[in-house]
Design a protein around this ligand. Structure first.
Ligand SMILES: [Cu+2]
Length: 128
């Protein structure tokens, strides 16, 4: 006769095994973004020709970078890893306009894990 305690014990072991197998990527330690240009929350005179996102470790590849204005228009033309620095992503932009921009990015780490994030900055009104 199998006791309830033993069954619960076996289920706990099985679930612990599953927990290891399906550990979410978010629990995996990656150093994340260490700096951006423009900086998060910054106000700048114009949209820079290249938005830079620097990570604490080398990146495997870039999935996408967008910089969306208040009207929903993406100002990023292309995004790639910086040939001079494996931990930095460069996103070329066009058409600087005043207003708030929301940058969204997604990259794959060298171990294959996807990472994504978002931040904002503002281009101040005036000459453009
Ligand atoms: Cu990883």
């Amino acid at each position: 006769m199998i006791s309830g305690t033993l069954i619960r014990g076996r289920m706990a072991m099985a679930m612990a095994a599953l927990g290891v197998a399906f550990m979410p990527a978010s629990l995996h330690a990656h150093s994340g973004v260490t700096a951006t240009t423009p900086a998060n929350g910054a106000t700048v005179a114009a949209l820079p020709g290249s938005i830079r996102i620097t990570f604490g470790e080398a990146i495997g590849r870039v999935i996408f970078v967008t910089a969306t204005d208040a009207a929903g228009k993406n100002h990023v033309v292309s995004a790639k890893m910086d040939p001079a620095k494996a931990s930095r992503v460069l996103a070329r932009t066009r058409d600087s306009r005043p207003g708030r921009y929301r940058v969204q990015w997604k990259v794959v780490a060298t171990d294959g894990h996807a990472q994504a994030g978002t931040y904002t900055f503002t281009v101040k009104p005036g000459k453009s």
